[in-house]
Ligand binder design. Sequence first.
Ligand code: IMP
Ligand code: MG
Length: 180
Amino acid sequence: MDDVIKEVLISEDEIHKRIKELGNEITNDYKGKDLVVIGILKGAVIFMSELVKNIDLPITMDFMSVSSYGKSSISTGEVRIIKDLDFSVEGKDLLIVEDIIDTGLTLNYLSELLEKRGANRVRICTLLDKPERRTVGVRVDYLGFEVPDEFVVGYGLDYAELYRNFPFIGSLKEEVYMNK
Ligand code: IMP
Ligand code: MG
């Protein structure tokens, strides 16, 4: 851990405290509604696991896995669906749970897609936001923390599929991605 992490930006305690607050907010906002919590694999898994334990409502859960189409189509922001939802979203209230919003392209595309499929309302909950990097507008309804424009890992976020299991959010040492 010490060999790859430059600085711990957000500790596990701070993350858990913030997730409790988000869970309370979501519980209040969705009283009496049928809420489907949709996790974006794999980055959102650890955040979502902790979040749903703090939502005191009869929710259901579903998952989607997406990847952006290479550099050539980055401006269109189109994403490829690797694994689609198991259930129909028609008429449902959806909460998309993501690890981090960077350019905004992934969530911009996904929320429009789910609205087109007839969802009643689509809201976004993200653990982290890097607002400096945004290229398309995304309305973030629930936010854990803002982070500076640095590559961060841990609490579900990876570099080359590694470090998702770190219990905190930390910035990656430059030499980790320079040596690759
Ligand atoms: P975007 O908002 O469409 O640009 O992409 C967001 C996705 O990029 C996230 O779901 C992450 O998978 C990935 N990502 C962006 N910044 C970071 C980072 O600092 N660490 C790890 N993954 C990141
Ligand atoms: Mg991701």
